[in-house]
Ligand binder design. Sequence first.
Ligand code: LUZ
Ligand code: MOS
Length: 729
Amino acid sequence: MVVTSPTPHGTLELVDASEALRMPGVRAVLTARDIPGENQIGTIILDEPLLACGKVHYIGEPVALIIADTPGQAALAGDAVKLKVSPLPAIMSPREAFAAGEMLAPPSIFISGDTDAAWERCAVTVEGRADSGGQEHLYLETQGAVAIPMEGGRFFIRSGTQGPTYVQRVTARVLGLPMNMVEVDVARLGGAFGGKEDQATPWAALAALGAWRTGRPVRLVLGRKEDMRLTGKRHPYSSDYRLGLDSDGRMLAWEVTYYQDGGAASDLSTAILERTLFHATGSYHIPNVKATGIPCRTNTPPNTAFRGFGAPQAMFVMECAILHAAEVLGIPAREIQERNLLSTGDVFHYGMAYRGDEVRRTWDRASRIFDPEDRVRAAAAFNAAGGILRRGVSLMPVCFGISFTNTSMNQASALVHVYTDGSVGVSSGAVEMGQGVNSKLRLVASRVFGIDPDRVRVETTNTTRNANTSPTAASSGADMNGNAVRIACCDILGRLLEWARGSLGLPTGVLLGVSSGQVTAAGSPCGMDWDAMVGGAYLARVSLSAHAHYATPGIRFDRKKGKGEPFAYHVAGTAVTEVTLDTLRGTCTVDSVRICHDGGDSLAPRIDLGQIEGGLLQGIGWMTMEELKYNPETGALLSDSLATYKVPDIYSVPAELEVDLLECTSDNAGVFHSKAVGEPPFMYGIGTFTALADALRSAGVLVPPGGYRTAPLTPERLLMLLEESRGNG
Ligand code: LUZ
Ligand code: MOS
């Protein structure tokens, strides 16, 4: 049980646990003073204590840890801990924070071309503001960990984390131990979405602290409400933009400033802001760009990674500006979009050339097979007929860079054992969180070995078997760990076939392989099966194990210059969305979403389809219904349960949902020409916002200041906009 700050900002005057310590079942109450090592859990910037010390910076900041025999006893004792906090002024919005000089790090700026010189060449410029809200991860399984003290002062931790190495490093730091004294094991997570990249760590470190103090296993699992209150979310952004276009609708200049609501500590905010800057131009080519990111410190839980990692916020602002320009020019947004789509060879503002062609290919294919023009005509006819309903249509192109923007993180490792009975065990740094990475790894191993996937088992993710791993994140888990598994398997297979060649007495010119469990020579079975080869090689003392390391090739980025080739490749796609808005009630339905998605040569199309559909739904939730509400007086989160925080459910699924996987076998850094799929589909959800904007426009709602360029477009907000436009504001 974790005792947390009741105040968004203040000085911690007193933590009195004397009564709690006398309560039944209570083993220990720990505060910052009890930490044997460093009270520091920061990853990029060391600015976050594990347990508050001196000051508190947000409601829900851990102050004390209660270890008791049962969760009930711990909860009762938690209520008995007396906290005295003298309040300080709290900041709840990023612009307010910026005005007060409260930043988590200095602003960063990406520049290409010369925007100042470009404005005078623009026939039209639009300026405005676009705000997008935060988002609760709502992973099915809440944060939790079990820490077990082991012999020799070691600790074994089972953690629900995307980043076992982070948990290991921080726990070692907190306990004052070398990393080799902490083993972290992860079986699987009940979802994460980025919420367990950095923020699974404190709960594991706290459990370990409890295990260290009591010498007993400690289990710490957050309740749902607790999890919603205590952990960080997607970063809300408030952004200013200025977009300049020539008379043909070509975008010439783009200036944008992102005020990122980082919460009370930096967590991954600066990395997320960097990905925002990389995606400042969305799926478009703009020759003159100035993008500024300001990481602002506010008094909410530190915001963190969430599917898309800052890119959705950037693409949202870009699409809002295009809508705005389309209104001023009196042309459909899709004309501006199409005119400016990225083409092969276009240079991004960060200096990398776009090597793919899938932005235009998916747009063109979506335009052909989904016939958006016909849908636009149908909507116009529907709207012309009057009544209270209005239809809207949008196209939403997505282009997402694949690789951690921090180049050094783009590495993975695998450990593969073939056992003497021919079965295979695969370990890697990848964490299974429902995204299907284990199925993909199993397919990779079975494909290299030429055996049935059932012969392959994917083991837990464990820091003793695979060390110094990057978190399973950035959509790159299958790409990088899959490649490491591929290399390790190839290594073993090479040794096995070499032994088989000798045993069969075949000359070196004959190509050996394994297919459907049979050893083949020049493509035909040669009477030896996989099991016999493995057994024979073992007796001949051939190693049946391999460890492999994979580092994504060809990427680099110079942070000082803001230029480089940070991404291995880009994933693209285009969504066509139709919505119906009820102008009387403010409600809306998403009638259809049709997506043409660049899935590469998919390893597992059904898994990728699940990611595309799930990502879309999560994006629709972010854009239309999920809204974080805080008590304006106390700063407490009001939307802290599923009764007050609405997420998409089965009824939110578009009545028609169609996904077309673009056939694409071009070379990239995926495994066997497959492509990363986790994050890009999230941003198709922005198409629901722009389709709603289209419907609003036909209901007579036009760009009011701060108007519909605010997400989410909840029914409440839609109704207010409609009422304002009717003069009922
Ligand atoms: N995590 C991270 C990520 O540390 N760096 C990234 O670039 C990233 N991108 C997407 C999701 N998680
Ligand atoms: Mo992430 S947002 O953990 O890929």
